[in-house]
Design a protein around this ligand. Structure first.
Ligand code: ADP
Ligand code: ASP
Ligand code: MG
Length: 439
């Protein structure tokens, strides 16, 4: 029997008054749900704006010397309409006014962006009649911006333990001097995991707008199957490779504390969702667990005869990247050639410098940088030791007319990553999905 459940609701779950009502119903349906972490209101319909995006826009306009009043008015109206429709006694206008002033006063992108969750938390606390605990009090980053996990856990535990119920806004915390700092985008998932660990929850429920973690991106594959059980390792591979449904760093607090996580659908609470656990048996029917991918990678290929016997060759190539502050994603290597995959945005500003430096350091026969690559990761604990998985995957890609530019298999045998040109991305994902799932 699980006695305490920490919950997190994503942007679409907090998008308007109707969604607030759903959230309240879900919370009240189970008295074990005593702690809730909301995101900022997300999109209400196709083409709508997320409050977080509007807040970043305010900051951008401010920095360009333009007025952000119109954008801010759109944000304010999102909160005011929720308060109005829910007929809340709580008057959010003074908070909105303070935020509007502080955006200009502090000129901090993190402060500005964090107010989406802060204001949403204020409204939700008023609506539920639960205590509001500002994340700035309990989530701490060190001066370098790294998340201070243990300080946070001790502080959050002490602050939250005496409370029967609380609302803690997601996405942000503070530096030791009190200044606001945010996690990366999608970071409310991390905040939810932090609260789950701090209160000693038996379960972390992450409520979103899809019926669980799906086998592929529903924007690419029509009606992909939900994954019933996912391990933390698989989840991290899929999230890092582009499935945004759960932030790849959110697993750390819960895994450490042995708390299972469940991804559930706010719009369909009767669906069981996806349970994320430390270990699970391989599924009997399908060797793969899921597929995820992303566009916008560059492939740096370096050729030099006898490269394999040149001591320090690889280190010098990577040194050129390191000197330019670029981290690499994959490193498939042959006898006379070495490839490095990096994100387009990571290398864009320094591509010429990097190429010149590599030429200086390793004197290659040729060096070539091609952008416009997409990576597709096929992940599954059932792939290990299962013969024929690669054959089916490459057979499906060949049948779909997709040319594979790069192949990388993690040593865990739990993921197989292929690089294809961006135009083939969707086709590649669908071909792999059909090969293993639809068949
Ligand atoms: P939230 O605002 O609730 O945190 P996100 O927008 O961050 O939700 O993530 C949920 C979205 O992720 C879904 O609406 C879906 O379009 C997208 N998505 C991409 N890949 C997957 C996947 N494999 N499983 C589920 N959702 C996915
Ligand atoms: N609101 C933030 C974002 O849009 C954080 C989150 O939703 O998790 O990235
Ligand atoms: Mg999210």
């Amino acid at each position: 029997m699980r006695n305490l459940i920490a919950t997190k609701f994503g942007g679409t779950s907090m998008a308007d008054a109707g969604q607030f009502r759903r959230v309240k119903n879900i919370l009240l349906a189970d008295p074990r749900r005593r702690f809730v972490v909301p995101s900022a209101p997300g999109r209400r319909f196709e083409g709508d704006a997320k409050v977080t995006d509007l807040l970043y826009e305010c900051h951008r306009k401010l920095m360009l010397g333009e007025s952000y009043e119109d954008t801010f008015a759109r944000i304010a109206e999102r909160y005011l309409s929720i308060a109005r429709e829910l007929e809340l006694d709580y008057d959010i206008r003074p908070e909105l006014e303070e935020v509007r002033r502080n955006i200009a006063l502090l000129k901090s992108p993190d402060y500005t962006a964090s107010r989406g969750e802060y204001l949403c938390g204020r409204l939700l606390a008023a609506y539920l009649g639960w205590e509001f605990v500002d994340a700035a009090e309990i989530v701490r980053f060190d001066r370098q911006g790294s998340f201070a996990a243990e300080w946070t856990n001790d502080c959050a535990r002490e602050r939250l333990a005496p409370l029967t119920h609380a609302v803690v806004p997601g996405f942000y915390g503070s530096f030791p001097n009190g200044e606001i700092h945010t996690f990366s985008r999608g970071g409310s998932d991390i905040s939810g995991a932090i609260v789950a660990r701090a209160v000693g929850a038996d379960l972390y429920e992450n409520w979103t707008d899809v019926p669980g973690f799906l086998m592929a991106d529903p924007r690419v594959v029509q009606d992909p199957r939900p994954i019933h059980e996912l391990t933390y390792r698989e989840l991290r591979e899929l999230s890092y490779m582009g499935a945004p449904v759960f932030h790849e760093d959110a697993i750390f607090p819960v895994r450490k504390a042995g708390i299972p996580t469940c991804i559930r659908d706010t719009n369909d609470p009767s669906a069981s969702g996806t349970l994320i656990v430390d270990r699970a048996d391989a599924p009997a029917d399908c060797p793969i667990t899921g597929i995820a991918g992303q566009k916008h990678f560059s492939l740096l290929s370096i050729e030099k005869t006898m490269m394999n016997s040149e001591l320090g060759f690889g280190r010098r190539v990577l040194q050129a990247l390191e000197e330019n502050g670029i981290s690499f994603e994959h490193l498939p290597t042959g006898i006379d050639s070495m490839c490095v995959i990096v994100r387009d945005e990571a290398i864009a500003a320094s591509r010429d410098r990097v190429i010149e430096r590599i030429k200086e350091l390793v004197r290659p026969d040729s060096i070539d940088l091609v952008s416009g690559l997409a990576l597709v990761a096929t992940v599954g604990r059932g792939m290990k030791g299962a013969p024929g998985v690669a054959a089916s995957l490459f057979g499906a890609l060949a049948a779909a007319g997709v040319n594979v530019r790069m192949i990388d298999q993690g040593s865990s045998e739990m993921n197989l990553i292929v690089g294809v040109v961006e135009e083939d991305f969707e086709k590649a994902v669908r071909a792999i999905y059909d090969a293993f799932v639809t068949k």
